[in-house]
Design a protein around this ligand. Structure first.
Ligand code: PPS
Length: 579
């Protein structure tokens, strides 16, 4: 009965769904045999690919591409047998691991906890030309292209290809009810009586403009809508990931009943432009979709440089659209026209109409400062979810990171700042002073570059945890190296604010003060590797503030810091309380 209904749906790519999970008996057999096999622990991105291989989302692939398939896909977007397949799907491994392998061997593929997910029957092991291949896949090997740069720099240098037998699907504890295999989705569509489906792959929170467009586009195509966001894998503690998915779940409710379905896709975004969009179309075809909305923003690296022209997407569809079998619906930006209280595409807007817009930057500013987000832009339920993950700055945690020479005044300023922030109240404040950290966290470390970097990374880790959980961390180490300071900024910023303060008191003043008598010992050669004397200090080029304590009292210096925090909205009076 089911088969009869399912046959009305679009045929999977290559003719049938290639689900690679084996039955229980075979799985047990593979697990027993695997004791003698080499084991590869999958990264989250690799586990994402394996999940889609096992579920049949990557039909017609029956495993990782062999060398001839890979070369052909990279060069012409076709498998060696001529079937359309635009993106390489390979297992990348280290040289050390590759050296253990030869064709005919079997590898067990395991998740981060060591659970065996699949057996890979090795057919080819080879060292690809990552730079040359990036040029073909991404059209460039420039380090400005984040996708190409990641492919060249972070892909492991050896590839393994071969047939895969699946033992079990990777487990997701988050949002399990929103995860479906192509087969489950096809059965669902068949039961609903849907035959034509418009897929909308996206990786951003949707607002009213996207909702209007996707709904209108599916109506015009006389089809139902399949919201198929690409979510990657959860990084424990990544508030944005969870908020984004909760927003999708809210958004589904704003479509008329029984018009729309939502499912999450755990594929990593490659940023490979039109070729990746075409690949998404094949994946969505395997899920049963006949149409796909192509938003270049999804696969085109953002920023000033758009690497792929919008027309390139339509051109690729002209060439391969028939083989893909999925109709392309170009995404169209919609604008809110106040007089009509409606979203319209640019060409339908009357000349003098009042058009309202809110850029990503404006939206972030409003969230940061707890300001109103207008109803015309998005739904209150979405705002609530966004505010949950993106608290206004006066409720966010932050780190104030002082850097400077020994004796520059870091500890004094940090202590005064601690007192002032405690007096203000509201958030817990933790001081991670250089000396305190070295006594407690880093007592085994010396002052070599390697040890200093470890010390600063530890401080950064603790500060990022404090910040992420809404507290204030004040750090005051010398932190002489630029690279690791920037690393700390990258660790902290996703969870809140980061303010780098260069305590730029000149060496002469520090040496003159020589409160601990260390400079004298350093000059005498008794203390080795002393910062400023026999060891380098790299002044920051990214400090939010520079304070020279030759000219400023500790109170004045702290006032500067407090003023900065106030200007940026991290401290001060909540707006709604004074309105
Ligand atoms: S670093 O470079 O950030 O890891 O240094 P930090 O943890 O802040 O430790 C600096 C304090 O250690 C004392 N000290 C030295 N400083 C620099 N170089 C050498 N070789 C050294 N040996 C000991 C010194 O008291 C520093 O404290 P402050 O408060 O900065 O004067």
């Amino acid at each position: 009965m089911k088969t009869r209904v399912l046959k009305h749906l679009i045929t999977p790519h290559g003719g049938e769904l290639k689900r690679l999970l084996v039955d229980d008996d075979r799985a047990a057999e593979l697990k027993t045999e695997s004791r003698d096999w080499p084991s590869w622990d999958l990264t989250p991105a690799q586990a994402g690919d394996l999940e889609l291989l096992l579920s049949g989302a990557y039909s017609p692939l029956s495993g990782y591409l062999t060398r001839s398939d890979y070369d052909s896909v990279v060069k012409s977007m076709l498998l060696a047998d001529g079937v359309l397949w635009p993106m390489p799907v390979v297992l990348d491994v280290t040289k050390v691991f590759a050296e253990k392998l030869s064709p005919g061997m079997v590898i067990s593929l395991r998740d981060a906890e060591g659970v065996m997910l699949a057996a890979l029957h090795v057919e080819d092991v080879w060292e690809p030309d990552l730079t040359g291949d990036a040029k073909k896949i991404f059209g460039t090997s420039s380090s400005d292209h984040p996708g190409a740069a990641a492919f060249i720099d972070t892909t492991r240098p050896w590839f393994v290809g071969g047939r895969v037998e699946g033992v079990q699907m990777p487990t997701h504890y988050d949002f399990p009810s929103l995860r479906h295999t192509p087969q489950e989705m096809r059965e669902d569509f068949a039961q609903l009586g849907w035959r034509r489906m418009v897929a909308y792959p996206s990786d951003r929170i949707m607002h009213r403009a996207e909702q209007e467009f996707t709904y209108q586009a599916s109506m015009e195509a006389k089809a139902n809508l399949f919201l198929h966001p690409i979510v990657g894998t959860a990084d424990a503690g990544d508030k944005d990931y969870y908020a984004r998915i909760r927003c999708y779940r809210e958004m589904e409710k704003f479509y008329p009943p029984l018009t729309t379905r939502l499912s999450l896709l755990t594929a990593p975004i490659r940023q490979a432009g039109p070729r990746e969009a075409l690949w998404h179309a094949l994946i969505n075809k395997n899920y049963g979709c006949t149409h796909m909305i192509v938003d270049p923003g999804l696969t085109n690296p953002s920023g000033d440089k758009a690497f792929y022209k919008e027309s390139a997407y339509a051109e690729l569809w002209q060439k391969h659209g028939d083989a893909a079998g999925v109709a392309m619906i170009p995404f169209q930006q919609m604008f809110y026209v106040e007089d009509d209280d409606a979203f319209l595409p640019k060409e339908k807007i009357a000349k003098n109409a009042r058009v309202l817009a809110l850029s990503d930057h404006d939206l972030k500013e409003r969230l940061d400062h707890g300001r109103d987000i207008p109803d015309w832009f998005t739904f209150p339920e979405i705002v609530q979810q966004m505010r949950h993950a993106h608290k206004p700055r006066y409720e966010q945690g932050f780190t104030v990171f002082f850097t400077g020479l020994s004796g520059a005044g870091k500890s004094t300023i940090a202590n005064v700042l601690l007192v002032k922030l405690m007096q203000l109240g509201g958030r817990p404040v933790t001081l991670l002073d250089g000396d305190i950290v070295r006594k407690n966290l880093s007592s085994e470390l010396g002052f070599s570059k390697e040890h200093r970097d470890i010390n600063i990374r530890r401080i950064g880790f603790v500060a990022s945890e404090i910040t992420k959980n809404g507290g204030i961390a004040i750090c005051a180490p010398i932190a002489p190296y630029d690279n690791v300071r920037k690393e700390v900024r990258r660790m902290v910023e996703p969870g809140g604010g980061f303010v780098l303060v260069h305590v730029a008191t000149p060496l002469e003043t520090c040496e003159e003060r020589d409160r601990k008598g260390l400079y004298e010992k350093a000059r005498a050669g008794i203390i080795k590797e002393f910062t400023g004397i026999s060891d380098p200090y790299e002044p920051p080029d990214d400090a939010e503030l520079a304070l020279d304590t030759t000219e400023l009292s500790p109170e004045e210096a702290v006032w500067e810091v407090l003023m900065h925090l106030e200007r940026e909205g991290y401290i001060g009076v909540k707006r709604h309380e004074v309105q």
